[in-house]
Unconditional design. Structure first.
Ligand code: G3I
Length: 331
């Protein structure tokens, strides 16, 4: 029954410790979140469909509330996300005649969106995920086939970073992706960011989402990915970390609590991973969990609805899990 220490304070001087939040979780768990995290990211409420559901109609109430919470508690904000194939309304890609938007029209919409959103929060976002998940997972393709790519061409990335830089020259601009450890995708991410840097595109970091599990990926591969990305001279952030209790293919929905063995593995994995991350704290400056505690995690809906998961450091009632104590003791 020890009183838990603040998680972020345990990592002070190494990296920020963040959590994905919503106006709902800030309302129900604000004190808990402010105690343990010194960075927050909107899990959904700053995505395109939330801030500009119709052309020119911007809805910032939820995002503003998240910034107000951050300001009143001295918490930093990571911006997520400006350009993505998901959670972007259909109108963005449609032309006036109902067919696809022209390249010029889509670029002008991109500019309006980025300038309005990044401009509104100028000076209040330390890092933006400018482009999210633009790379294809399968071996035979490099770029993910999205409407952005189809209608603008690969140049959409360069434009997006330049527009974000114009709107907030001091914000750090990130490319963010998952499966960032697997050798095939890792090399594609590296090549993409290297090519943007070679074109003098203002890109300052790579976001490693870190949707991992208690079974993998192997520590050695995480290390290799960090070293490869860091060799580009950019900063690294862990942006969406969680350690699922299941392998992806396991879709059982009958487990009501994690087993002792799962909790054991999870605490060992968290300990090992954070030992590694701490050894890179000169380039790795922020570690965000994709949720604050196990009562609210996207993994409860994915890959099947109703398979309860326990991927974070705190239980549903916000009391610390064994993995939390491991990190506090070893930090
Ligand atoms: O808000 C609506 C609600 O009104 C509606 O009744 C309900 C019915 O399904 O849906 C609710 O919206 C859901 C939304 O989350 C808010 O909870 C969407 O269906 C659901 O698809 C959406 O999922 C989000 C997902 O991105 C969408 O792709 C997750 O919460 C969010 O955690 C997840 O985050 C992504 C990152 O942005 C990028 N990297 C991967 C990560 C995990 O998928």
């Amino acid at each position: 029954n020890r009183e838990p220490l603040s998680l972020y304070q345990a990592f002070q001087g190494q990296f920020k410790i963040g959590a994905a939040v919503s106006t709902a979780t800030l309302r129900s768990s604000g004190d808990f979140i402010a105690k343990h995290y010194n960075s927050i990211t909107a899990e959904n409420q700053m995505k395109f469909e939330h801030v500009q559901p119709q052309e020119g109609l911007y809805t910032f109430e939820a995002a503003d509330a998240i910034f107000d919470f951050a300001a009143s508690h001295g918490i930093a904000v990571r911006g997520h996300t400006l350009v993505w194939h998901n959670q972007t309304p259909d109108w963005v890609f449609e032309g006036p005649d109902g067919g696809p938007a022209s390249k010029e029209l889509l670029l002008s919409r991109l500019k309006a969106h980025i300038h309005t959103v990044v401009g509104r929060y100028k000076g209040r976002v330390y890092a933006w995920d400018v482009v999210n998940e633009a790379i294809e997972d399968k071996q035979d393709l490099v770029m993910r086939n999205t409407k952005w790519l189809e209608l603008i061409g690969e140049d959409y990335l360069r434009h997006a970073f330049q527009m974000a830089h114009e709107a907030d020259p001091k914000a750090l601009l990130f490319y963010n992706d998952y499966n960032e450890i697997t050798p095939v995708k890792r090399d594609k991410i590296y090549n993409l960011v290297r090519s943007l840097l070679n074109q003098d595109v203002p890109i300052h970091g790579i976001g490693m989402q870190a949707h991992w599990s208690i079974y993998g990926p192997p520590l050695e591969e995480i290390k290799q990915a960090i070293e490869l990305y860091a060799s580009l001279g950019v900063q690294l952030h862990i942006t969406e970390m969680d350690l699922s209790m299941f392998v992806h293919e396991d879709t059982r929905t009958d487990l009501l609590a994690p087993t002792e063995q799962m909790l054991e593995l999870q605490q060992q994995r968290y300990e090992d991973i954070f030992r590694l991350l701490r050894s890179y704290s000169d380039v790795l400056t922020s570690v965000t969990f994709w949720g604050a505690a196990d009562d609210h995690t996207w993994l409860d809906q994915f890959p099947v609805r109703g398979r309860k998961n326990w991927p974070l450091l705190f239980q549903e009632d916000h009391t610390p899990k064994p993995a939390y104590w491991r990190l506090i003791e070893k930090s």
